[in-house]
Write a protein that binds this ligand. Sequence first.
Ligand SMILES: [Ca+2]
Ligand SMILES: [Ca+2]
Length: 154
Amino acid sequence: MREQILSQNSVPPLQHKFKKFQTLEGNRRHKARFGLSVASAGNINLDGLSASNRRGVEDLVVGAPYDGEDGRGAVYIYLGGSDGVVSDIAQVIHAADVNGGMRTFGWSLSAGMDLDRNEYPDLLVGAYESANAVFLRSAPVVHLDTKVKKDIRH
Ligand SMILES: [Ca+2]
Ligand SMILES: [Ca+2]
């Protein structure tokens, strides 16, 4: 009996390779350990949904467990774009935003599941030095653009 193992890139033409890459850098704080944990966040803002694309444009979350002014950790949310990941940070959640005494917030991540069943994927963040795991619920946010229009009458 013989086994044949076919590797993805062994048959020309070469396909399904990682041809593009993008680097995410967080806030570049010294020893923040940005990137110690990474996860797909699911589609946090529910963009790009259609009948042919039921998942839409997926987003990313990156942990930096020693980030922040106090060094107690943060997680960074990046929204995906149609041509790849958008490099601008969409949201940073610091340990102090969740709990004043928490440390190593963002050491581990699990994301993309909808635990409260509101159709928005949620985020679970580990902070091992504090023996905590934090469940962060995603919720719809409405942004209103306000324009002031001058009405000058003579
Ligand atoms: Ca998205
Ligand atoms: Ca949810």
